[in-house]
Design a protein around this ligand. Structure first.
Ligand SMILES: Nc1ncnc2c1ncn2[C@@H]1O[C@H](COP(=O)(O)OP(=O)(O)OP(=O)(O)O)[C@@H](O)[C@H]1O
Length: 248
């Protein structure tokens, strides 16, 4: 079992923003975390990344909690944030170097793994450039490259498609499918439901900090009595029927 989130409650002040959130991402599975703005997707991800401490509940990656094995836990996860975060005075090559250092990997190995990704994203001739000066989409490609080169058990991606051109979107989809084929797990938060439906095995719908529903597209359609509906139709129905948006 790669990621197991159990009864997770947490928030920024004393008030809980996410409440008793439970779901799992098994080995070789891509799970989409969806919900309106403010539903609690990023907050859930921040807890998984160990950037926030839960009020209660438990998060396990490959059976380990952050408290039990902080180094191993962190090494198993790679993260692509919603807003690309690049270092101001470091070149692309140095970004890879710092990634290797952070995950305690030989730089030569990281550089080798990075080659096909850099080529795919047309960044291979820009190793000595400063990503700070790249476009948003190019910065995102740097973040994606740095995440994939560590060969993580669990890849957590917050809004992966925003800012990417259509070719890069397809490239990323293929990369994620390759991760799945390797038996790795992916948790992906997104508003781009058409992309999500193409590659995700199942979904967790968050609303107002609670897990509103979870399952495959077919299971969700059955839950809401919408046989044959696609994810977007299900989501639109749920948002209307349940009044999503009125209080989010
Ligand atoms: N740094 C923060 N301090 C206090 N409250 C926050 C902070 N970040 C988010 N929140 C609150 O937590 C709730 C959940 O926000 P979160 O960012 O997790 O939602 P989201 O589902 O990721 O939304 P979006 O789709 O807009 O990215 C919101 O009510 C938001 O106002």
């Amino acid at each position: 079992m790669s990621l197991n989130v159990s009864q997770l409650t947490g928030g920024y002040t004393r008030k809980a923003v996410i409440k008793e959130v439970s779901f799992e991402v098994k080995d070789g599975e891509i799970v989409g975390l969806i919900g309106l703005n403010g539903a609690g997707k990023s907050t859930t991800i921040k807890h998984i990344m160990g950037l926030m401490e839960p009020f209660s509940g438990e998060i396990k990656v490959d059976g380990l909690t952050l408290a039990e094995a902080p180094v191993d836990y962190r090494k198993k996860i790679a993260f692509v944030p919603e807003t690309p975060m690049v270092y101001r005075n470091l070149t692309l090559k140095e970004h890879l170097e710092i990634t290797a250092m952070a995950y305690d990997l030989p730089f030569a190995e990281v550089l080798e793994r990075a080659q096909p990704l850099l080529k795919l994203f047309r960044l291979d001739q820009r190793m000595d450039w400063f990503p700070e000066d790249f476009s948003k989409g190019m910065k995102q490609k740097v973040m994606i490259t740095c995440a994939f080169v560590i060969n993580p058990t669990l890849l957590v991606i917050d809004e992966p498609f925003i800012g990417l051109d259509p070719v890069a979107m397809m490239d990323l989809e293929n990369l994620l499918l390759e991760e799945r084929a390797k038996g790795h797990s992916v948790l992906m938060s997104t508003h781009v439901l058409t992309n999500a439906e193409k590659i995700c095995d199942s979904f967790v719908i968050l609303h107002d900090g609670l897990v509103f529903a979870k399952g495959t597209t077919e299971e969700l359609a059955e839950t809401f009595n919408l046989k044959g509906a696609d994810l977007e139709e299900i989501y639109r129905y749920v948002a209307q029927e349940e009044g999503f948006g009125h209080d989010a």
